[in-house]
Design a protein around this ligand. Structure first.
Ligand code: NAG
Ligand code: NAG
Ligand code: NAG
Ligand code: NAG
Ligand code: NAG
Ligand code: NAG
Ligand code: NAG
Ligand code: NAG
Ligand code: NAG
Ligand code: NAG
Ligand code: NAG
Length: 565
């Protein structure tokens, strides 16, 4: 090659690099972002909230060295929560606030919505999704790699079996584990425990990452969702489960604890890989649960615990929507604290966009609020209220400051008190275990402000919700108002004392209804999408790319009717 050809080639490289990054703000300094989403994990299922029953030392190490987000509100169910997270918009804007998507249901997160990975990609990020999607796959245009992710290894539906990755629904059995890179879609036929499969893949992505570019990695775990196999929960290793968690007498709870312990180990491995690759010092790690635990059947009871909060997954009480969450990053200036500032799951899109170096004022029509400075430097939160959900006249809830209004006529009104987490027969919380966990060791390598045992004790106490009185007040036939600061367990209805507050909260709900509120939509599964012969026993996109989903309102949620589906 002549020297002029060489310089021409060089010029081309410079040009294409400039073209690629030309219109963006990002530089190599933009932080890597790792988001870990647990499925149906309850408030009381992480040990940083005070329970000794299931030790989660790696998650706890992130929490204590980062910020514990103790008023982090999510949607009460999977699909709506993931829609809110990915789009930064309230699912009630696009009829997605209701019942989670079924297999072969011909609807999905509206193609008009631009998703978080797409925004980050514009800032120069490589983007990867591992695990659950569950916001629609009716046509190829809906799959993760056409919604902003460079790569996807995971499943389209709400759950799969932990080992063989099939979904059994409507008497239909099909594989649901896909690897998609660009438009190259292959079905992964393998037999590997899902939590570990995702972890290995995450390690590979991290260790082979080209650090010239920032990385966005989303691990949307199957853990700790119930399985639809007969055994309810599939543990990775029974022998180890019995050896380490044998003190939990209730076998279903022990299985659940094992699934959570495997998830916790995964998080240790991911943090360790980030450190090994020398990326941790410039990484943000967010850990959230998508909604509360499913503490009662008939479907997908996982034996998680929201204690002492009221209600469960799908309900508008705190047990359904006040999710376990924490964020860790060496970039956070005011860390090792419990934040009681109000957060909503829609906030992550503008918050992470801002942390990535973008200007969140460039984002339009979001419900999320940029809270990066609230996290990084403890600035006062701009969020004063949250509309928790509106599906119907009888099913809505909103929060303003300390007050929460709940209209929820469902059958699931009570406090579930089976798994309080602090039976004296359980081993005591082990600080050394936290301080020596893989996550803490990795953190110690990039931080000069590592949390001490005394500080852990203090933070854990502060993060624990204690309620003496769990007498459930009747809200089945009326609207209840609670003072969430004084009464986090929603025991005392104070609506008659504060009619003007009830009124303002109703005004807030009405405002949302007037500005782009759409009724929840749920459609019948389309048999053409079943994993029968024609689809090779897999759940895959089955409609032509230009198909436009129906917006017929087929079923409006009304709590009690869930079970009839
Ligand atoms: C989607 O965007 C297109 C083009 O901007 C617009 O015409 C259409 O009305 C939008 N659809 C919805 C449901 O918002
Ligand atoms: C598509 O992906 C598969 C599995 O990763 C790989 O073996 C194959 O070479 C890819 N095909 C193309 C055209 O890139
Ligand atoms: C997958 O595993 C589940 C749960 O163990 C089992 O019920 C099902 O028969 C298995 N399916 C296949 C195709 O192996
Ligand atoms: C684990 O404990 C359960 C309940 O005590 C028992 O049924 C099972 O056989 C044990 N499994 C192993 C591998 O020890
Ligand atoms: C700390 O991280 C550096 C890379 O930044 C690595 O070389 C070193 O081995 C790590 N030390 C420990 C104890 O992990
Ligand atoms: C945040 O941390 C900085 C430095 O560690 C400290 O000076 C400041 O007071 C802290 N801010 C708040 C609100 O505590
Ligand atoms: C972000 O954009 C807004 C509105 O365009 C502008 O006023 C503000 O200065 C920008 N902020 C930064 C940090 O560039
Ligand atoms: C606490 O954990 C450490 C290390 O993980 C272990 O060596 C020690 O025996 C544990 N302490 C107790 C009291 O169980
Ligand atoms: C609510 O109203 C229904 C229908 O009138 C009634 O059956 C039910 O017992 C009431 N619930 C409570 C807790 O009073
Ligand atoms: C417990 O809460 C119930 C319902 O709000 C209330 O009626 C009762 O007085 C409370 N009991 C105590 C001991 O505070
Ligand atoms: C099913 O698999 C066969 C062979 O692997 C392939 O030719 C065919 O296109 C597949 N069908 C669908 C609907 O994916």
């Amino acid at each position: 090659m002549s020297s002029s050809m060489l310089s021409f080639a060089f010029l081309l490289i410079v040009l294409s690099v400039t073209l690629y990054f030309g219109s963006t703000y990002a530089s190599t300094q933009s932080p890597n972002i790792v988001v870990i989403i647990a499925d149906d994990l309850g408030w009381n299922d992480v040990s940083f909230h005070g329970a000794d029953e299931i030790p989660t030392p790696n998650i706890d190490a992130l929490a204590y060295n980062g910020v514990i987000l103790n008023r982090h509100y999510v949607m009460p169910m999977c699909t709506p929560s993931r829609v809110a997270f990915l789009s930064g918009r309230h699912p009630l804007r696009t009829s997605m606030q209701g019942y989670p998507l079924k297999g072969a249901e011909p609807r999905g997160l509206h193609l008009n919505d631009t998703l978080l990975p797409e925004y980050l990609r514009k800032l120069g990020y490589t983007t990867h999704l591992l695990g659950k999607w569950h916001v629609g796959y009716l046509t190829r245009n809906y799959v993760p790699t056409r919604r902003g992710f460079d790569t996807f290894l995971g499943y389209f539906n709400g759950l799969i079996q932990y080992f063989n990755h099939t979904l059994i629904e409507n008497e239909q059995v099909g594989y649901d584990l896909h690897r998609i890179v660009g438009d190259n879609h292959t079905i992964e036929y393998r037999y590997d425990y899902m939590t570990n499969l995702i972890t290995e893949e995450a390690e590979n992505i991290i260790l082979s990452h080209n650090t010239e570019r920032p990385m966005y990695l989303q691990l949307a775990h199957l853990a700790s969702h119930a399985s639809n196999a007969e055994e309810i929960m599939e543990v990775y290793d029974w022998k180890e489960t019995n050896a380490t968690l044998g003190y939990i007498q209730d076998i279903n709870r022990r299985k659940f604890a094992s699934v959570v312990a495997t998830l916790d180990k995964s998080i240790g491995r991911v943090v360790d890989a980030l450190n090994k690759k020398d990326m941790l010092k410039n990484t943000i790690i967010l850990f959230i649960s998508d909604n509360g635990a499913q503490t009662e059947g008939p479907l997908y009871q996982n034996f998680g615990s929201n204690y002492p909060l009221r209600g469960l997954k799908s309900s508008l009480y705190e047990g359904g929507v006040r999710g376990a969450a924490c964020i860790y990053s060496p970039l956070i200036e005011n860390s090792s604290r419990v934040s009681t500032q109000l957060f909503h799951i829609t906030d992550w899109l503008p918050t992470l966009y801002s942390a990535a170096g973008g200007n969140s004022s460039d984002l339009y029509q979001l419900d999320g609020i940029d809270q990066w400075s609230t996290i990084k430097t403890q600035k006062a939160s701009k969020r004063k209220s949250v509309v928790i959900n509106i599906e119907d006249i009888d099913y809505s809830a909103a929060l303003m400051g300390r007050y929460k209004l709940v209209q929820d006529k469902s059958d699931f009104q009570k406090h579930y008190i089976d798994y309080k987490g602090n039976d004296p027969s359980y081993p005591k919380y082990n600080m050394t275990n936290v301080l020596e966990s893989p996550a803490a060791s990795a953190i110690a390598n990039v931080s000069n402000r590592v949390v001490t045992a005394n500080k852990i004790e203090e933070l854990r106490k502060e993060a624990t919700v204690v309620c003496e009185n769990l007498t459930t007040s009747d809200c089945e036939n009326r609207t209840c108002l609670f003072d969430i600061y004084e009464d986090p367990c929603e025991v005392m209805d104070i609506s008659s004392q504060y009619p003007e507050i009830v009124k303002s909260l109703n005004v807030l709900i009405e405002c949302y209804k007037r500005q782009g509120y759409e009724k929840a939509i749920i459609l019948d599964a389309d048999p053409a999408g079943y994993p029968s012969n024609s689809n090779n026993y897999t759940w895959i996109p089955w409609l032509p790319d230009d198909y436009v989903p129906s917006n017929k309102v087929y079923f409006t949620i009304n709590g009690a009717e869930y079970a009839e589906i």
